[in-house]
Design a protein around this ligand. Structure first.
Ligand SMILES: *Cc1c(COP(=O)(O)O)cnc(C)c1O
Length: 414
């Protein structure tokens, strides 16, 4: 359920006409809905209300400061994967005690900044990281609370590029190495092991992989308790899927019920790191048709949004629903919706059946609120799109469209 709905042949974002936004702010344009972000966060967070828990929004899915501030006001913490994301979380006013730092390759300056901010914990992914963190914490006269990110070797049954919890993936620590590394963590100065972490993949459409992972983590936990470790946190990561097209992912309440049942008598605080399920369907990408053309084999609609604006179709062959912003009632055509970038891989949709498009038509690409703007680039020297946040009948520009000056800002003069 989201608040981008068609009424009388027009697409609305809450109580604002999307066509009006395109006119005012130009295209390509990201439009987010306050009501949808709010609803999704609350539906997710309340699904775990029976357990002590912390919902840490995954910044890499959408890290606009205004989105973060909204989520923070709803009670969200942050799951960060870089120093830049730490900076964003702190600038948005997020509580360091609700920040967890994930990521397979943390740099020293990033660990130092997170130690200085006194974040809740680091999700450590290698022995090297543990040693470095211990040294840095010692130098700063502080202690790093840590979880080890365990690779539970469960198949999340999702796209290979976004499955992370298989033995062959680069992420986490192999289960058979976990005890040894926890023992090392226990003995290292400046390190306090407080949790167990995993993140098995993204766009999961079943509950069972989460439960498989949980089983393995709980088995590890009892061994750690036997070793005298005080494990207070269990972080099950993010990854709950959304409906892009035909998928029928479980409602957060199903995951909540299953995890609540499994953890009801445990003295643990559950940490969750959702990204896509909060932000994905809370945003659309609005684009204008530049030209339409046909070959013997294909119809193409060339639009002003490209893979630099929304990479998912090119990177993962991801499906995003597309619709016209104003219904045109022309006969349907099978069309490739492509961008202006000089790459064959630059497309938003292939062989899509849409009412015949014409130059100047506006289209909306749905489910673009997560891994949309955050994955965008300036490839082909295209300034990044603007972002707008709608709240009922008001729209606020929350990131300006980049300018040519922005493209050159950091380059030395010639
Ligand atoms: C990407 C990521 C998430 C968020 O994943 P979603 O599929 O967007 O929920 C959470 N935790 C970690 C460690 C991640 O890398």
């Amino acid at each position: 359920m989201h608040h981008f709905q068609e009424r009388n042949g027009e697409l609305w974002a809450e109580e604002v006409r999307v066509a009006d936004l395109a006119r005012e702010y130009g295209t390509p344009l990201y439009v987010y809905s306050t009501a949808t972000l709010t609803r999704h966060f609350q539906a997710f967070d309340s699904a775990f209300s029976q357990l002590p828990h912390l919902t840490c929004f995954s910044l890499k899915s959408n890290s606009n400061l205004h989105v973060l501030k909204l989520l923070k006001e709803l009670g969200a913490g942050a799951d960060i994967v870089s120093g830049g994301e730490l900076h964003r979380a702190l600038m948005a006013g997020m509580d360091p005690k609700q920040i967890v730092f994930s990521g397979v390759g943390k740099q020293e300056f990033e660990m130092q900044a997170a130690l200085a901010a006194d974040i809740l914990m680091f999700n450590v992914e290698s022995a090297q990281e543990l040693e470095t963190l211990s040294r840095l914490a010692g130098e700063m006269n502080t202690t790093a609370r840590i979880s080890l990110r365990i690779n539970p070797d469960v198949d999340p049954k999702t796209h290979p590029y976004i499955s992370t919890g298989l033995k062959k993936n680069k992420f986490g620590i192999q289960m058979s190495h976990a005890l040894e590394l926890y023992a090392r963590a226990r003995d290292l100065p400046g390190i306090e092991p407080v949790g167990i972490d995993c993140h098995i993949g993204s766009q999961l459409t079943q509950v069972s992989p989460f439960l498989d992972a949980l089983d393995r983590l709980m088995a590890l936990r009892s061994q750690l308790v036997d070793m005298g470790l005080n494990i207070k946190y269990l972080d099950i990561g993010g990854g709950l899927g959304i409906t892009y097209g035909e998928e029928e992912p479980p409602h957060p309440s199903e995951l909540g019920q299953a995890l609540s049942h499994a953890l009801q008598n445990e003295d643990l605080t559950l940490i969750l790191e959702p990204g896509r399920v909060i932000a994905g369907n809370a945003g659309i990408l609005v684009s204008r048709v530049l030209a339409c053309k046909s070959t013997d084999d294909k119809n193409f609609a060339v639009v002003d949004a490209a893979m630099n604006d929304l990479l998912r179709p090119s990177l993962y062959s991801a499906y995003h629903r597309i619709a016209e912003v104003r219904a045109n009632r022309r006969p349907e055509q099978t069309v490739d919706v492509v961008g202006p970038i000089c790459e064959t891989g630059d497309f938003l949709a292939k062989d899509r059946i849409l009412p015949g498009l014409q130059a100047d038509d506006l289209i909306a690409v749905f489910s673009a609120g997560a891994y949309g703007f955050t994955m965008s680039s300036q490839y082909n020297s295209r300034p990044r799109a603007a972002e707008v946040l709608v709240d009922k009948d008001r729209a606020r520009l929350i990131r300006h469209r980049e300018t040519f000056a922005d493209l050159l800002r950091l380059e030395e003069n010639v």
